[in-house]
Ligand binder design. Structure first.
Ligand SMILES: C[S@@+](CC[C@H](N)C(=O)[O-])C[C@H]1O[C@@H](n2cnc3c(N)ncnc32)[C@H](O)[C@@H]1O
Length: 469
């Protein structure tokens, strides 16, 4: 007869998980943040630096009731999706999370991320997601795409000036002399300018003590023009010999058109401060985008992947099939990157953007390109969209990662433009906002088009098209 006081046998249930414990699992999926996802005893374990199909041992470093965060301990059977990273510091640097994945596997994962978020968060059954537009059909060309890099600076233990990206999950700098995802023409500047800063003996900012001057080195290039800008971010102006050094840089790099100093005295993680001074050359670089000439300043937003932004714009123009008589609103318009090319296809285009400097630049860009039917307003979309004098026929949305303010969605549901194109770098907030717009059968999701703007990372750009029912 069984003993009624005996404890029931303890199966290997989730409740027995302990921090530090080793578990065996197989990765079946990749999360939005790029971690591998597996299951142990029905509970989810996230493991960075893994691939779908990996069988592995992971050490549990954070245990929650519903999931755990693991660290790769031993790879028992590697996935066929694994490749040798193009970057020698890929295992340390927090810049890229997917250098160890083949480009084909990255594209499949991004396609799945968009589809899954539209299903789970948006509530769309079988969402119409078109195949992702890759950077290049050749995996070898999925590098050297970034037109901009902003590197934090610090001093190493022996006092040498270092520039690079932070390690995954920390503020420890990984010193870089080149970065395989940035435009290769910027690499010589990264290594040599760092050396010049060392030689000049300029003070480097220490973020723990909030002391010192130089904080960041910013590099930017026009992909089609080759023009480059160099920006130093400093807590104040006292960098002795800066003007002289800036002239040396202009002489040394014929494609460098300007050197700027941005002043950021605040104790903050935000990179740029409010004031930027031109030290030598021009205060902007020129870029050709969608056949138009744009002026881009050191601190204004411009899509970091020029070619893919052009592909995205092409997808928008072809899907919207504009007839020339529409009023188009480009909400969150930046410097008019999409507003101006689309203005050529509509009666009038109205851009709305928070930053007054971007709006000023957008007006300049319109003038330079003889585009007279585009106008721009500085302010928040939530404030300005409800106050428009004209009823928009077509609205283009391109908000930051957090998505649209609820007030923007409510305004759209009262203005009822015929079509909405929603560009997003965060499928989760995109799905949330589309759900709101499509509730009550007001709009129908006709297509979502992912575009690979950020190879080697889990970030995915997507445009979704809505049609008024
Ligand atoms: C993802 S960027 C898109 C810019 C532009 N569409 C482009 O392709 O260059 C988002 C832009 O929204 C602006 N922004 C952020 N919040 C805003 C708000 N509440 N109202 C208006 N603009 C905002 C940012 O300054 C930024 O320029």
């Amino acid at each position: 007869m069984p003993d009624p006081l005996a404890q029931p046998a303890q199966p290997n249930t989730p409740s027995r998980w302990r921090q530090g414990e080793l578990v065996e699992l197989t990765i079946t999926d990749l999360s939005n943040s790029g971690d591998g996802v597996g299951r142990v005893d029905g509970r989810v374990v996230f493991v960075p630096d893994t691939a779908v199909g990996d069988r592995l041992m992971a050490r549990l470093i954070r245990v929650k009731p519903q999931f755990a965060q693991g660290k790769l301990h031993e790879l028992l059977e590697p996935s066929g999706d694994r490749i040798r990273p193009a970057c020698i510091v890929a295992d340390k640097c927090g810049g890229c999370h997917w250098q160890h994945l083949s480009y084909a596997a990255q594209l499949v994962a991004k396609q799945n991320l968009v589809t899954q978020d539209l299903e789970r968060i948006g509530g769309f059954a079988n969402p119409p997601v078109s195949p992702i537009l890759p950077l290049s059909p050749s995996p070898a060309l999925s590098l050297n795409y970034r037109n901009k890099a902003t590197y934090p600076l610090d001093r190493g233990e022996s006092g040498q000036v270092r520039a690079g990206y932070y390690q995954k999950g920390s503020h420890q700098l990984v010193n870089l002399n080149q970065c395989p995802i940035q435009d290769a023409r910027l690499n010589p500047l990264l290594a040599e300018v760092k050396q010049d800063i060392q030689t000049r003996g300029w003070s480097i900012y220490d973020e723990r003590l909030h002391r010192g001057k130089l904080r960041h080195l910013g590099l930017r290039i026009g992909r089609h023009t080759g023009e480059m800008l160099l920006t130093l971010v400093s807590t104040d102006v006292g960098l002795v010999g800066l003007a002289e050094q800036a002239e040396v840089w202009l002489q040394r790099y014929p494609d460098l058109v300007g050197v700027a100093l941005n002043l950021n005295p605040a104790q903050t993680n935000v990179i740029f401060g409010p004031e930027t001074r031109c030290i030598a050359g021009r205060s902007y670089l020129r870029e050709i985008f969608a056949g138009l000439e744009f002026q881009i300043q050191p601190t204004t937003f411009f899509q970091v992947n020029t070619e893919q932004a052009e592909a995205l714009l092409g997808a928008i123009a072809s899907e919207l099939n504009l007839q020339g008589d529409e009023i188009l609103v480009d909400a969150y318009c930046g410097i008019g990157t999409f507003t101006l090319p689309l203005a050529r296809q509509v009666k009038r285009a109205i851009g709305i953007e928070l930053h007054p400097e971007s709006i000023q630049q957008a007006w300049t860009n319109a003038y330079q390109n003889n585009i007279a039917n585009a106008m721009f307003q500085a302010g928040t979309v939530e404030e300005l969209l409800p106050k428009l004098d004209e009823q928009p026929d077509v609205v283009l949305l391109d908000p930051p990662r957090k998505g649209c303010d609820a007030l923007v969605l409510e305004t759209l549901l009262s203005q009822l433009p015929h079509r909405i194109a929603y560009v997003s770098c965060n499928p989760a907030t995109l799905a949330r906002d589309l759900k709101r717009l499509c509730a009550n059968g007001t709009y129908r999701l006709t297509r979502a088009q992912p575009v690979d703007f950020f190879p080697q990372t889990p970030h995915v750009e997507c445009v979704a098209f809505l049609e008024k029912l």
